[in-house]
Design a protein around this ligand. Structure first.
Ligand SMILES: Nc1ncnc2c1ncn2[C@@H]1O[C@H](COP(=O)(O)OP(=O)(O)OP(=O)(O)O)[C@@H](O)[C@H]1O
Ligand SMILES: [Mg+2]
Length: 472
């Protein structure tokens, strides 16, 4: 009889070692190796490759002879989700949906399945976390469609795979992948080995039955999905649901998508009847912009969609050494870079002040085009002068800042400007565009030039303003 093997798997990176050691040889983390006993495989299954090996190896096929996928994408009926997925679920694909506790992962998946069931698709909701009765309570809140979805409260991997084979759903949600466990492994549910086993088992059945699988995963303290990053390599698409729990706005973005762009973002709002897509987030964010000192509107791009957001800054004198630099919604390193360029090339010093920068509404902007907005918001916060027209309408901007103080072009200037024009924003400070006549564009070649422009535009205001870069 074959003996059971034991191996040690790192809970951070999934690196495998035969012997235990204090430090993982893969990622260098300490005390992360967990012993895992692998039960011997008693008999080879049909997919194990033994038969193929005997027949002289597997055959490769020219791609033009490979059959095209038969089915079109499955639309979840939630426009924002379908857009982030690249046009709906792909049959036979694996989607990992990650997010912090209570962000709304179960809600969005229950809503999507409800819509799919209402349009005549076969669906299955596997819940390992909540009882079927708890799932029913949520479904009642979401409406009749969600109540039509078959639910299975089960945590045993083999039983779940059996149910998927029997029911052959077109879309199946497993909430969450961390609660599944396989009897073949001795480690606890949620450990790397178990999560990986569950994901590969589900992937195999998804490919075989053509089921689009959605695996719900928790996000660890460090922010990666399901702890071990191994899952992110395995699946076709990684979606993350972000936002602050206290706020009602949630954003859904793709970190990886084998069937579409990763830059798309969906914006949702949590209401008592479930998540509601915010169709026109720019209107919300610009409507809420304060036009007070330290506030500026950024014309950003979220994937293929222009999005206007408000960037706010606060500069407060401090005795703390080193002073604080706090960034919410933008990259900390870019904030440090913008502060350095402001000081070196535009004469705006903030060495003895705490600096806070925030993108309003809990939105995250991950693009270099946000640099200029951060710089202008900081300059305005420091001088105490608002960046607004005489009638109170806020100033808008976008552009990347180079280390030599120049403004660099970013993608889709025409779409950003069109979005600003749509909301009646008169002046948008940005790097010069190749096309001469681009609506509200107020071009500037350098950061110093951009500050000068802002000063000129705001000098139209009823009260005369001091230069933005004058000491506060
Ligand atoms: N009646 C209600 N009205 C408004 N919002 C509600 C209501 N009930 C629940 N919510 C919101 O839904 C959230 C829970 O959503 P959901 O259960 O989908 O989250 P989750 O991401 O699956 O969480 P977990 O990680 O715990 O499974 C709550 O945090 C709350 O914001
Ligand atoms: Mg949940």
């Amino acid at each position: 009889m074959a003996r059971s093997r034991s191996k040690h798997v790192c809970s951070e990176c999934g690196h495998e070692a035969l012997a235990w050691s204090g430090q993982c040889g893969g990622c260098g983390a300490w005390n992360t190796l967990e012993e895992t006993v692998v039960a011997p495989k008693t008999k080879r299954g049909p997919g194990s490759g033994g038969d193929k090996a005997r027949k002289g190896g597997a055959r490769a096929t020219p791609l033009r002879d490979v059959a095209r996928p038969q089915e079109a994408r499955l639309l979840s009926g939630i426009g924002e989700l379908d857009r982030v997925l690249g046009g709906g679920f792909v049959p036979g694909s694996l989607v990992l949906l990650g997010g912090a506790p209570g962000i709304g992962k179960s809600t969005i998946t229950a809503m999507a399945l409800g819509n799919l069931a209402a349009s005549g698709r076969r669906t299955l909701y596997v819940t390992g976390e909540e009882s079927a009765a708890q799932v029913r309570m949520r479904a009642e809140r979401l409406g009749d469609d969600a109540l039509a979805v078959p639910a299975l409260a089960e945590t045993d991997l083999a039983a779940v795979i059996g149910a998927i084979e029997a029911e052959a759903p077109e879309v199946c949600v497993v909430d969450s992948v961390q609660t599944l466990h396989s009897g073949e492994l001795s480690s606890a549910p949620g450990s790397v080995a178990q999560v990986r086993e569950a994901a590969s088992g589900l992937m195999e059945v998804a490919k075989r039955t053509g089921t689009a699988m959605v695996l719900v995963g928790h996000v660890t303290k460090e922010g990666s999905v399901a702890g071990p990053r191994v899952l992110e390599h395995l699946v076709d698409c990684v979606l993350v649901f972000e936002g602050e729990r206290e706020r009602s706005y949630r954003t859904l973005r793709a970190l990886k998508n084998r069937f579409g762009a990763t830059s798309e973002v969906g914006v949702f709002e949590m209401r008592s009847g479930g998540l509601v897509a915010v169709e026109d987030p720019s209107a919300r964010f610009v409507g809420e912009a304060t036009a007070a000192p330290g506030s500026v509107v950024l014309c950003s791009m979220e994937g293929t969609r222009p999005l206007l957001v408000e960037v706010q800054a606060l500069v407060a004198p401090t005795e703390v050494v080193p002073p604080r630099r706090v960034a919410n919604g933008i990259d900390r390193n870019r904030l440090a870079m913008v502060l350095a360029v402001l000081s070196r090339h535009a004469g705006v010093q903030m060495g003895s002040a705490d600096v806070f920068v925030n993108v309003a509404g809990g939105v995250r902007v991950d693009e270099p085009g946000a640099d200029l907005a951060v710089a202008l918001a900081l300059a305005s916060a420091r001088s105490g002068k608002p960046l607004a027209h005489a009638d109170g309408r806020p100033l808008a901007c976008f552009g990347e800042i180079g280390l030599t103080g120049e403004l660099r072009a970013v993608g889709h200037p025409e779409r950003r400007l069109a979005e600003a024009a749509k909301f009646g924003l008169e002046s948008v400070i940005a790097p010069p565009a190749p096309a001469p006549d681009l609506g509200p564009l107020a071009p500037a070649k350098t950061l110093r030039g951009a500050l000068k422009r802002a000063r000129a535009i705001c000098a139209d205001a009823a009260s005369p303003v001091e230069p933005l870069d004058a000491a506060a």
